[in-house]
Design a protein around this ligand. Structure first.
Ligand code: PLP
Length: 456
């Protein structure tokens, strides 16, 4: 089918898409009226669409194609693994080499005593694992009532019932009866949007102290864990003030509340270290991983768990798992991804080369009258758009209309930047070069100029 449809004209592909394909997080009727942009090939940081346009992907797909597109080694490893062992499960006292090797490699890369991996097919599934594993942990320790989770407003932890509940997106909660009971949300440390007149250090501390207030309100004996991304991604690339994480870590320790770092976006080099937890100087009890684990070449996620938790969970039968937990082809692809990342020093490239080059481009873009500042950590960044830089004012209605217009102008300039409300989001493949970042800056400026012109 795909080789046939590849040769169909764009309009026919769009018609088939509209007739049969329901897209995630999309008003499908609107998409049908407009016609989907159909991506047919990709290489490096560039996508090609069915009309032959070359598009600079400053989002690495969905924050995941860290190695860039079209690495032939990945396909070779997948094909070899499909020949050798395309599938076997890891239930019922069995294992296989790719899952064993990947778990051992992750234990080596992860900081501290995070030495144990429970595999999943995605970040959402991994966060569902965390929910059940943490509750089981406390129950096994004789504290079953220590079952409540605290998360943050506007957090994104996935789309399953559990992960969607852990997340703090109200527009998701409105559909399908979320959140499930026992999950509570506090404010995010978003100084740019919510810090008003305060300085960012005081604001960061105040937002961290909301965690302690919530723990005391619920009772520390009822609170199982706090979950957060080191740097919030889908919430708009919210880089917390420096005061935030040390205080969160202190509060979790003091009240014996487990700390789960959702590393689905931050993990595997995005912030200039292997994990965002290292960039933020925290020691979590569990890390959620997905996306960059395989650079998006194969669907795989997981939870990396501390010795303390594994000791308890491994002593009982944990009745949880997925058919594709540790899928051999996905695990082999992830291992190859990590091998290339190490061989090519990609984390060092982010830290020493690409992040400083991105920072230069962001400084240039921050001079634009529409841009209200820069949020950046390594190779993830956001540029909030504003009608008035000095006061960090929002556009009337705060509905993200200007961000949407800017995203469309990016498309028109063959650039993919996403918008979260009125923030423009940047998260390119980690292999991006300084020259390619210059090209990004040029296209982004054109899109901002075009957006500014429509607002006059
Ligand atoms: N956690 C975070 C921080 C994410 O950004 C995402 C996806 O964007 C998820 C979890 C869910 O991952 P998946 O889409 O693989 O289920």
């Amino acid at each position: 089918m795909s080789s046939i449809t590849n040769h169909l004209p764009t309009a026919e592909l769009q018609a088939l898409d509209a007739a049969h394909h329901m897209h995630p997080f999309t008003t499908n009727n609107e998409l049908a009226a407009k016609g989907a942009r159909i991506i047919t090939r990709a290489k490096g940081i560039y996508l090609t669409d069915s009309d032959g346009n070359e598009i600079l992907d400053a989002m690495a797909g969905l924050w995941c194609v860290n190695l860039g597109y079209g690495r032939p080694e990945m396909g070779k490893v997948a094909a070899r693994q499909m020949d050798e062992l395309p599938f076997y499960n890891t239930f019922f006292m069995t294992s296989h080499v790719p899952a064993i090797a990947l778990a051992a490699k992750l234990a080596e890369l992860a900081p501290g005593d995070l030495n144990h991996v429970f595999f999943a097919g995605s970040g959402s599934e991994a966060n569902d694992t965390n929910l059940r594993m943490v509750r089981t942990y406390w129950a096994q320790k004789g504290q079953p009532e220590k079952s409540h989770f605290i998360s943050r407003n506007n957090a994104y932890h996935g789309s399953t019932v559990g992960a969607g509940s852990l997340g703090g997106m109200t527009y998701m909660h409105e559909q399908g009866g979320l959140p499930i009971p026992g999950i509570h949300h506090i404010n995010q440390p978003d100084w740019w949007s919510e810090g008003a007149e305060s300085n960012d250090r005081d604001f960061g501390l105040a937002r961290a102290k909301e965690l302690e207030a919530k723990i005391l309100e619920l009772g520390a004996d009822k609170v199982a864990a706090f979950i957060a991304e080191p740097v919030q991604g889908a919430g708009g690339v919210v880089v917390p003030p420096a005061t935030y994480w040390p205080e969160i870590q202190r509060i979790c320790k003091k009240h014996d509340v487990l700390l789960i770092a959702d590393e689905v976006i931050c993990g595997f080099g995005r912030t200039g270290n292997w994990f965002g937890s290292q960039t933020m100087g925290i020691t979590p009890d569990i890390m959620t991983i997905a996306k960059g684990l395989s650079s998006g070449y194969a669907p795989i996620g997981g939870s990396i768990v501390s010795d303390k938790i594994a000791e308890v969970i491994n002593a009982c039968e944990f009745n949880h798992g997925y058919t594709y937990s540790g899928h051999p082809v996905c695990a082999a692809v992830a291992l190859e991804n990590l091998r290339i990342m190490e061989e090519e020093s990609i984390v060092e490239h982010v830290r020493d080369v690409a992040a400083p080059a991105l920072a230069d481009e962001l400084t240039m873009l921050n001079e634009h009258p529409l841009v209200g500042g820069v949020n950046v950590s390594g190779l993830m960044a956001s540029l909030p758009l504003t009608p008035h830089k000095e006061s960090r004012a929002r556009f009337a209605g705060n509905k993200g209309d200007v961000g949407f217009i800017c995203r469309e102008n990016c498309f028109a300039n063959n650039l993919i930047m996403r918008h979260v409300g009125d923030r423009m989001i940047i998260s390119p493949p980690l292999v991006i070069t300084p020259e390619e970042l210059k090209e990004f800056g040029k296209r982004a400026k054109k899109a901002l100029d075009a957006t500014y012109a429509t607002l006059k």
